[in-house]
Design a protein around this ligand. Sequence first.
Ligand code: COA
Length: 156
Amino acid sequence: MSDRIEIKPVTIAEVLPLRDRLLRASLPAGGSELRSDRNADTLHLGAIFGDELVGISTIAREAPPNDQSKDVWRLCGMAVSANWRSHGVGSALAAACIDYAKLAAGRMVWCSARESAFGFYRSIGFDLIGELYNRADITGERYARMARYLSNDSES
Ligand SMILES: CC(C)(COP(=O)(O)OP(=O)(O)OC[C@H]1O[C@@H](n2cnc3c(N)ncnc32)[C@H](O)[C@@H]1OP(=O)(O)O)[C@@H](O)C(=O)NCCC(=O)NCCS
């Protein structure tokens, strides 16, 4: 990744326009907001080149549906501007989010991954943990839950 890109915390207000555009283009402004976005311990990160936000990711203390665990975190809103993809920006954002979950003694990080991004999540240590499913609000993509168990990390 270019050493001119800085990964740093940003606000949900800064995240939403890029997240809307890259992940929920068919929805009205703010349509990509998630229920855990404004929790006090949710972290939003931006990849910043000059004064341009070129990538975003969010990590929130949130269990998958039907799971009451308090020590699992959700990686969400992963997106990198098209002309910055495949330069390591997404991996750097995800790694910083995972470090945050580790610092909070997180046991597992999971995500709802779109099928076209399975390869990316595999490359950062995630495995499928569920079946493929369709979402009522998004057409043309199938999804599945993927997870990385932090207790398996040799560096932790
Ligand atoms: C998915 C996304 C965030 C990855 O960001 P990125 O900056 O391009 O990823 P990186 O450059 O860090 O790639 C890391 C690795 O994942 C691989 N990879 C990245 N995107 C991939 C994809 N869509 N499919 C398969 N592999 C992918 C890269 O080849 C790279 O592997 P390498 O290090 O062996 O070369 C970015 O492609 C994106 O914004 N896509 C559109 C939005 C999206 O689908 N977000 C995920 C929602 S669930």
